[in-house]
Design a protein around this ligand. Structure first.
Ligand SMILES: O=C(O)CCC(=O)C(=O)O
Ligand SMILES: [Fe+2]
Length: 221
């Protein structure tokens, strides 16, 4: 719609100290470009897979860049998939991560310092979810940068103590940026629902949802 007022209802917001939501951060063109990269990564050395937590298969399909994540550690090789080394972390994604930190925090020094070295790329089909968890396999406390493309999801962002209330449910839509760090770095969070058919036509993804989280592992070879 021309001159839509939607930005008024979805302003940039700090949910709790250190947790920032920036709606409509990626343009449609940027989203389509990232979706094209997503398809290339999927044809790469390590195919997307549902990670196993004990005997339980997660409902999201995920692949990794830079470092491979499996519950609950990082390695260069995807030892629980096919043993291949994962793709390098792309330079453009470091630049995008820095832009994201600035957009969220307005802290130029923090943005310039930010050097993510691992990304988890998750694909959610319409029935996929992600249970409440902390991102705690990184050895440094740098921010996590999260990008969403495709169908809107219900994202639950909670507290650092446990999975239960208090938490807040927000609708993360295609193009939205979410950043958490500082006092919110170890907050429990999860995806409770995908809202099928909500992906905008011009985002490049017909169905389902892609989420990319960039992280700083603190690891070296
Ligand atoms: O899909 C999301 O928005 C969250 C993903 C997430 O929490 C994770 O990959 O650790
Ligand atoms: Fe997470």
């Amino acid at each position: 719609m021309l001159f839509s007022e939607s930005f008024l209802s979805r302003p940039r917001r700090e949910l709790s100290p250190g947790a920032y939501w920036v709606p409509d951060w990626l343009s449609a063109e940027e989203q389509r470009w990232i979706v094209a990269r997503f398809h290339e990564w999927g044809a790469g050395p390590v195919p997307p897979r549902a990670a196993k937590i004990g005997d339980h298969e997660m409902s999201v399909q995920s692949l990794c860049l830079g470092w491979h994540w499996r519950p609950y550690e990082y390695s260069r090789e995807a030892t629980d998939v096919n043993g291949n080394r994962v793709l390098d972390f792309p330079d453009w994604m470091v630049r995008l991560g820095r832009k994201a930190i600035f957009a969220a925090t307005q802290d130029q020094a923090a943005a310039e310092r930010y050097t993510p070295d691992a990304a988890l790329v998750n694909y959610y089909g319409t029935d996929a979810k992600m249970g409440m968890h902390q991102d705690r396999d990184e050895h440094l406390g740098d921010h996590v940068v999260s990008l969403s493309i495709g169908d809107t999801c219900k994202f639950r962002f909670g507290n650092t103590q446990h999975r239960n209330q208090p938490y807040e449910d927000i609708a993360l839509a295609s193009g939205d940026l979410f950043v958490f760090g500082g006092p919110a770095r170890l907050a429990f969070h999860g995806v409770t629902k995908i809202l099928p058919g909500t992906a905008p036509e011009d985002c490049g993804l017909g169905a389902g949802r892609i989420n990319i989280t960039m992280r700083v592992t603190g690891l070296s070879d």
